[in-house]
Design a protein around this ligand. Structure first.
Ligand SMILES: Nc1ncnc2c1ncn2[C@@H]1O[C@H](COP(=O)(O)OP(=O)(O)OP(=O)(O)O)[C@@H](O)[C@H]1O
Ligand SMILES: [Mg+2]
Length: 307
């Protein structure tokens, strides 16, 4: 059994916005799965459907083997979610928030609470009102809260948004640590490439409601080979690309966005490709490909780069 299974999952909002279009993916137990895409790609809508807060317009989704439409209580019972927006009560202490949630769920022994406080680095703060927490501290409390009910599947919707780079990295470590300690399946959404690369076993790149690629970060990267050449051209970049393709110096995986051309080098050298160019190039650089290049190649749109 898969931990999460989406089959032709679709959401069209009233008014006709096709937020999620017929997507398929499965997540195995114990896997960390990344949904990577820019603003408006359909990430939160997908998480909403998997956590039973948004009703799909088509297709099917199972969480822990339970159908999110036909068995919503059971599906919710095996999962937890940390939403993009804050949900903890700011006037209460961290401890009171956790205890409240534990009572709601009829879960959370003393031992579990102190373990979570410990794992998420909350020991010093737990008895202070949440209104005094920093953004990163509040995110850690929200993750602790989500883990009180001992879920098999944890959904994190943009867990690091709005956090400074140092706190982001700390939180990523915490998330990476969770899977080591607990037998958790994690689905995490992000528009930060480095996050997906660092955390996820596999990544689905989602663009305008479609899954445009799904693989391990390494496999996605290896599509472009070991090195890419990037340059700007005066004139039509698509014509420049066509000329390189004719000479077999570029293949189908080369692409142009704006005036910038990217050519995976594969067996060619920088000098060979530049010599084959019939227009003037500037800002020439050769470098190792990143997930951003994969994303650009697939969608022609640029992802956010983390600060
Ligand atoms: N309740 C709604 N009614 C109508 N359209 C909606 C609703 N919620 C979301 N949308 C639209 O659906 C699309 C996908 O939105 P969604 O929130 O799933 O994107 P996202 O990938 O989570 O983006 P972000 O990175 O900004 O959080 C967007 O075009 C959005 O405007
Ligand atoms: Mg979102």
């Amino acid at each position: 059994m898969h931990a999460i299974e989406a089959q032709s999952l679709t959401k069209t909002y009233p008014g006709g916005v096709e937020a999620v279009k017929d997507i398929d993916f499965t997540v195995e137990a114990g896997e960390v799965f990344g949904l990577l895409g820019p603003n408006g790609a359909g990430k939160s809508t997908t998480v909403g459907m998997l956590t039973t807060t948004i009703i799909p317009s088509g297709g099917r989704a199972l969480v822990g083997g339970y159908d999110v439409v036909e068995q919503p209580l059971l599906a919710r019972g095996v999962s937890s979610v940390v939403f993009q927006e804050a949900v903890v009560d700011r006037s209460l202490t961290g401890r009171a928030n956790l205890e409240l949630h534990a009572r709601l769920w009829g879960a959370g022994s003393e031992a579990r609470m102190s373990e979570l406080t410990d794992v998420l680095g909350l020991a010093e703060l737990i008895d202070r009102p949440v209104s005094s927490y920093s953004g990163g501290e509040r995110r850690r409390l929200e993750i602790a809260r989500a883990l009180v009910s001992e879920p098999a599947v944890l959904f994190l919707d943009e867990p690091t948004v709005g956090l400074d780079p140092r706190i982001r990295h700390e939180l990523l470590d915490v998330i990476a640590g969770l899977r080591a300690r607990h037998e958790l399946t994690i689905l995490v959404t992000t528009h930060y490439l480095d996050e997906a690369q660092r955390l996820a076993d596999r990544v689905a790149i989602i663009h305008e409601g479609n899954v445009v690629a799904l693989d391990s970060p390494g496999a996605l990267l290896s599509r472009l080979g070991a090195e890419i050449l990037e340059f700007r051209v005066d004139g039509d970049p698509h014509a420049a690309l066509a000329a390189l393709r004719l000479k077999r110096l570029a293949s189908d995986d080369a692409f142009a966005v704006g005036a910038r051309v990217t050519v995976p080098l594969h067996e060619h050298t920088v000098a060979e490709v530049l010599a084959g160019l019939e227009v003037r190039a500037s800002e020439i650089s050769a470098r190792v490909p990143t997930l951003d290049d994969v994303y650009l190649q697939l969608t022609g749109a640029e992802l956010a780069v983390a600060a």
